[in-house]
Design a protein around this ligand. Structure first.
Ligand code: CUA
Length: 350
């Protein structure tokens, strides 16, 4: 490990921190070496080859090919080392391990809103367990923000209208700074918070601390799925006007134009907000767009619900409750229910 030479450096509290620092110090060392080399040669040469008599004229110098090759090959090799090393770290940052603790982030002027799968929500504070990979799926309600945790050496833009992800494994229990690192308006500098890294048992206790309203994210999504009457068309028996959503998540989907897309977060989000963009083969573009009718947080709840619809274990009864009756008469009947006007309240009474 690198010694703590400078108090300027933040603590190293994630598995990525040492790797990022090693690369950074390598770049620093290479830059320092050439700065010293070039600066000393400038000073030395200006004395060694200074004009000694008034009428002295410089002599033309033709360098040898060996010198030319050296100053081409050495920098090329050095920059290639930087490229391969940097790419390796970059790809590691971009590829989370298969098992992660997932947390959703919705940023807005000027706060970070975090949603845990169990339903816990927090603002400008994120609780995570130590030693476990945590994946953040992030989007913005307004402008571009950027989540930055110096102690973890992670930083990623948060963009409106799209999901970006970042992951980390915290290695030390403690509280660490969290910053917005993209100028996002007058109170950008106040868009800060903290990451609280806890022992796994402590974290579990915090998770079950009773701050979750409306149950898990998936169950909140399930309720929304019924409140918005999605269930009318997306029936589980294959007789609905919309595609069956059971077992859909993560699978390839055939569209009317013949292309295949993977049903990931971005696809599900787009299909809720702007369903006509990608119509599933064999279906009509009759679904109304929900753009402006559901919040980013509600979209995330719906995505979690769709994710929870696993085809492998239909007998557990978690897919669609038995007492849920389709609102409309189904195929061939009246058109599908229209979404209610205006944003959906958090917990509408029906
Ligand atoms: Cu959000 Cu700067």
């Amino acid at each position: 490990m690198w010694p703590r030479l400078l108090p300027l450096f933040p603590e190293r509290a994630s598995t990525m921190a040492g790797r990022v620092d090693a690369l950074y110090f390598f770049l620093l060392a290479v830059a320092a070496f050439f700065i010293v080399l070039i600066a000393s040669l400038i000073v030395y040469f200006s004395f060694r080859y200074r004009r000694k008599t008034a009428g002295e004229v410089g002599r033309a110098v033709h360098s040898g090919w060996a010198l030319e090759v050296m100053w081409t090959v050495v920098p090329l090799g050095l920059t290639l080392v930087m490229f391969v090393w940097g790419a390796d770290v970059y790809f590691s940052m971009g590829s989370p391990p298969p098992e992660t603790e997932d947390v959703y982030v919705v940023a807005k002027q000027w706060m970070f809103k975090f949603q845990h799968l169990t339903g816990q929500r927090e603002i400008d504070e994120l609780h995570v367990p130590v030693g476990k990979a945590v994946k953040l799926t992030m989007t913005s309600e307004d402008v571009i923000h950027d989540l930055y945790v110096p102690a973890f050496r992670i930083k990623a833009d948060i963009l409106p209208g799209r999901y970006t992800t970042i992951w980390f494994t915290a290695t030390k229990v403690g509280t660490y700074h969290l910053f917005c690192a993209e100028y996002c308006g007058t109170k950008h500098s106040g868009m800060v918070g903290q990451v609280v890294v806890q022992e796994p048992a402590e974290y579990q206790a915090w998770l079950s601390g009773g701050t979750a309203e409306g149950g898990s994210l998936a169950s909140a999504g399930e309720k929304l799925f019924q409140d918005l009457a999605c269930v009318t068309c997306h029936r589980t028996d294959g007789q609905g006007r919309g595609p069956v959503l059971v077992g859909l998540y993560g699978r390839p989907v055939q569209l009317t134009n013949g292309t295949l897309v993977t049903a990931d977060d971005a696809y599900v989000r787009e299909s809720i907000l702007n369903p006509a963009a990608k119509v599933v083969a064999g279906f009509q573009p009759i679904m109304p767009p929900f753009q402006g009718l559901v919040t980013e947080e509600q979209v995330l709840q719906l995505i979690e619900y769709v994710k929870s619809l696993k085809a492998t274990a239909p007998s557990t009864g978690t897919i669609v409750p038995q007492d849920t009756k389709p609102v409309g008469p189904g195929p061939g009947g009246t058109p599908p229910a229209r979404p209610p006007k205006g944003p959906i309240a958090k917990q509408p009474e029906r």
